[in-house]
Design a binder for this molecule. Structure first.
Ligand code: GDP
Ligand code: MG
Length: 176
């Protein structure tokens, strides 16, 4: 029976990108393991996580690729992006610079996986008093760049599953 649990309709590779410190690994950790810690340890290279969810009645196995620190040097390898069908592009709503750097990440995703669906995620919404980027500004930027937009808190698990499922649903609807 064990292998029954391994059944899925689709397997999709997603990459998680954005400036260092915005909460990429925390979002992946929350989505895949339902947990949050302020000192998530990071390894060198790339981390893989898998999570199987049901979206629109289909069982989707997602392979999440998370950079482990190299985004700090703006040098994420081309192989990281290869075959990705979706990208979770994260910025920190309390850190304006991570918002202003979004065009760099959009260019990267478009260069290496031109057809990937991109979901923009404004993370750390639990830090309301520290907010530097308004919902309106982010929403407008997303619309101007043809991106879907969701706000999340990896800490409070606000909209984390919703965000990943929204992107997976978007990728899946292309394949029907
Ligand atoms: P990464 O470099 O993009 O992978 O970011 P991390 O996931 O390592 O997170 C960077 C820091 O921000 C860590 O101290 C996290 O605990 C913290 N963090 C991540 N997401 C949130 C969030 O939604 N709210 C708050 N308050 N802190 C967060
Ligand atoms: Mg990380």
């Amino acid at each position: 029976k064990a292998f029954e649990d391994e059944r899925y309709d689709y397997i999709f590779k997603l990459v998680v990108v954005g400036d260092s410190g915005v909460g990429k690994s925390s979002l992946v950790n929350q989505f895949c393991h339902e947990s949050f810690t302020f000192d998530l340890k990071s390894t060198i290279g790339v981390e893989f996580n898998v999570k199987t969810v049901e979206v629109n009645g289909k069982i989707i196995k997602s392979q999440l690729w998370d950079t482990a620190g190299q985004e700090r040097y703006r040098s994420v390898a081309a192989s990281y992006y290869r075959g990705a069908l979706g990208a979770v592009l994260v910025f920190d709503v309390t850190y304006t610079k991570s918002f202003l750097n979004l065009p760099f990440w959009i260019d990267e995703v478009k260069r290496y996986c031109a057809d990937a669906k991109i979901l923009l995620v404004g993370n750390k919404t639990d830090l309301k008093d520290l907010r530097g980027v308004t919902h309106a500004d982010a929403f407008e930027f997303a619309a101007a760049n043809n991106l879907m937009y969701v706000e999340s808190s990896a800490k409070d698990n606000g909209s984390v599953g919703y965000a990943f499922k929204k992107l997976l649903g978007e990728v899946q609807s292309d394949r029907e």
